[in-house]
Design a protein around this ligand. Structure first.
Ligand code: SF4
Ligand code: SF4
Ligand code: MG
Length: 693
């Protein structure tokens, strides 16, 4: 930033260190520039002020006030008056409490703004860290690092990949270190539920199970405990934070169920000031990463705990702190990551999924990982279906070539390769097929023919791929709906994950057909007048589409079940995943727990529609959540997207909320009928009356 400063300019820094301490916390290069350019240097603890004012981590009001106090574009008093006027105008709809908090922050900002007196020589003992550091690949050093440093425009065109392909797994080199507080683990209390790792939107807290001997040479502060559970005897267990990748969102601590009996509010993980732990946790995390991953077939992946012993292949994305979408993507990468092929819609998930210059999708130690690409908003489903068709074609071609060349390759191997191509449900089956493909490659090396070369090029297609189509509600309910409908009706083996935030989140919260009735959104300022589309039931009406509606924070076990069932179903599957979002106007640190209310109110019922169950006469639709026992009004009061309307137009809110309640009641009644609850009730009634229903 100081590159841009004129001589004598004013420099305002948001720092936890006060005017006496901050100077020595600056790197030598920064001190040098400040001295050379004779800058007027001011400091404020913006986060401290915001926190005391009850604004959490929102520092915009604080920094804006300081800017006007220093910039002299208006007389100070007048500037403050104008800021307060703007606050009232912007936040008035959110209620007086929000306005008062902002006012308090404005007043406190001036009190806590200090000028820093500095010496005329450099006193710092350290240099600035480069944009990327440590053991980084050449490309990251030369290209990615430059873009991260904000100097991408200095790169020559020749530095960029000719075909536009960027290397994956590069988000780990972008150490943003933005958290003020990070979770610190207390193994004495931990019950090893795995929830913290499951919900972390950034894969910045992880669990691992490993044999005792892996601890040789561990850092002094590295913590471990005995693994609880018969499936992994003589193993140890560790929960470890990635201190530079954690955003400090607090979601993991909020969901941690293990509380100390002696110490009030002390849990098995607790947010603590990062700077007190940074160095130790950096070392611990490096060490943690070096411990070998657990053999995938040993993890009980159908449980929360087991799923979190699998390596995430989607990590440290730049999504908002506390994002409600990324935990689903991360889970998907843990369950199927090394054979995932993803067609991604435009929207938040395409931005955090592949935001230049870094990529959160990564590979495992064997070099396998998700393949990811983003197409247009309007053709994502077709784009993803194309992956499926291409792989099916390649598989058929590979099988045919195997048959043709059987005499050279060996009948046994060919027989096994072809017989197992449609199998591969478990980790062991997939691994065995990979071994067969490897053996095939070795045998083909000795065969010199065009057919053999062709087969070598497509042999990998004999290993089952997991094709996923990802996007938000703006894509699935609106812009890409026609294509999605077509793909669901195609009967092909694809999985669709819709991360439903109920608005176009990436472009600032415009209403979509998934926006619930009564919610205030852009283009729905007076509250969305009509009902949310029931995409799940549209898909289920085909009879041959697997549909699962999930909310990780409300029922994590059901979430995992749905992912596994959807993936194992050899036809189209649709997962509708409730995704909280900053656009909902909720406290993000407790957003995962808030999902319990979202389900409890019947606003987002959990269910599975599995066509396999109807094959043997069963009922395909199963409700996984209980009858609502909380009113919609109560839920609406806890989300600003609804509460806003109640304040600005109470009469409209009253009417829309009443209708929204009726939507919930009707939908629940309908779902109960589908699940057979109603039929059982009437059958029982029929029996009592001695009539056959
Ligand atoms: Fe992940 Fe947030 Fe916990 Fe950090 S505070 S480890 S980002 S859930
Ligand atoms: Fe342990 Fe708490 Fe994490 Fe569960 S959520 S594994 S109890 S630290
Ligand atoms: Mg959305």
């Amino acid at each position: 930033m100081l590159d841009k400063a004129e001589v004598g300019a004013t420099f305002l820094l948001n720092s936890p260190f006060g005017p006496d301490e901050v100077w020595d916390r600056l790197p030598q290069e920064v001190q040098e520039t400040i001295i050379r350019k004779k800058l007027k240097f001011y400091v404020i603890d913006g986060y401290g002020v915001a926190k005391v004012a009850g604004m959490g981590g929102r520092v915009n009001t604080v920094m804006q006030t300081c800017f006007f106090a220093l910039a002299n574009v208006l007389p100070r008093e007048e500037a403050i008056e104008q800021i307060k006027y703007a606050i009232k105008k912007t936040y008035g709809k959110r209620g007086d409490a929000v306005v008062q908090k902002n006012f308090a922050a404005v007043d406190a900002s001036i009190e806590h703004l200090h000028e820093v007196k500095y010496p005329d020589h450099i006193t710092s003992t350290f240099k600035r860290l480069p944009a990327v550091w440590g053991d980084v690949p050449d490309f990251v050093e030369r290209v990615t690092g430059m873009i991260i440093a904000g100097k991408g425009d200095l790169l020559p065109v020749s530095a960029l990949p000719v075909d536009g392909t960027f290397p994956t797994g590069t988000a780990k080199y972008e150490k943003r270190s933005i958290a003020l507080e990070i979770p610190i683990w207390d193994p004495k209390i931990c019950i090893q539920c795995g929830l913290c790792a499951l919900v972390c939107p950034h894969a910045a807290i992880r669990s691992k199970a490993y044999p005792q001997q892996a601890l040789t040479g561990r850092p002094e502060t590295f913590q471990a405990m005995d693994y609880k559970g018969k499936e992994l005897e003589a193993h140890l267990f560790t929960i470890q934070v990635a201190p530079d990748d954690c955003t400090g969102c607090g979601v993991c601590v909020d969901v941690c169920p293990a509380k100390s009996k002696e110490q009030v509010k002390h849990k098995a993980i607790n947010m603590e000031p990062k700077l007190d732990h940074l160095k130790a946790e950096q070392e611990n995390f490096d060490y943690f990463l070096k411990i070998a991953e657990l053999d995938r077939s040993l993890a009980k992946m159908n449980t929360v705990k087991g799923s979190q012993l699998l390596e995430p292949l989607f990590e440290y994305s730049g999504a908002c702190a506390g994002c409600g979408e990324t935990p689903y993507v991360k889970l998907m990468s843990q369950l199927f990551g090394d054979r995932l092929i993803i067609g991604n819609a435009t929207g938040c998930s395409s931005i955090y999924g592949g935001n230049l210059p870094t990529t959160p999708y990564t590979t495992n130690a064997a070099g396998y990982g998700p393949t990811w690409s983003n197409s247009l908003f309007e053709d994502t489903a077709e784009f993803g279906l194309g992956f499926r068709l291409a792989f099916d074609e390649k598989q058929a071609l590979a099988a045919n070539l195997c048959r043709e060349l059987a005499s050279q390759i060996g009948d046994d191997l060919v027989g096994e390769l072809i017989a197992n191509a449609p199998q591969q449900y478990t980790e062991d089956e997939i691994r065995a097929q990979r071994a067969r493909v490897k053996a095939l490659g070795e045998r083909l090396a000795g065969v010199d023919s065009p057919q053999a070369r062709l087969l070598a090029g497509v042999a990998e297609a004999l290993v089952r791929r997991s094709v996923w189509i990802l996007g938000g509600d703006g894509w699935a309910y609106d812009i890409g709906f026609g294509g999605l409908d077509h793909v669901l009706a195609s009967g092909r083996d694809v999985n669709v994950l819709v991360m439903d935030t109920g608005v176009y989140s990436n472009t600032g919260g415009q209403a979509s057909k998934a926006t619930p009735r009564g919610a205030v959104a852009k283009f729905a300022a007076a509250g969305k007048p009509n009902r949310k589309k029931d995409l799940g039931m549209i898909a289920a009406s085909y009879g041959g589409v697997y549909v699962g509606q999930i909310a990780m924070g409300a029922n994590p076990a059901q979430t995992i079940k749905v992912f596994l069932e959807a993936e194992s179903y050899r036809g189209p599957s649709l997962i509708l995943a409730y995704s909280h979002c900053i656009a909902h106007g909720i406290e993000m640190s407790t957003a995962m727990s808030h999902q319990k209310d979202v389900v409890r109110s019947g606003f987002w019922p959990l269910y599975r529609y599995d066509p396999r169950l109807s094959h043997d006469g069963g009922r395909p639709f199963q409700l996984d959540s209980r009858k609502p026992n909380m009113s919609f009004k109560e839920l609406a009061a806890s989300e600003a997207r609804f509460a806003m309307l109640a304040r600005t137009n109470p009469a409209a809110a009253e009417k829309l909320f009443e209708m929204a309640q009726r939507d919930i009641d009707d939908q629940w009644h309908y779902y109960e009928q589908l699940s057979g609850v109603q039929r059982e009730v009437s059958e029982q009634a029929g029996k009592k009356e001695g009539v056959q229903s």
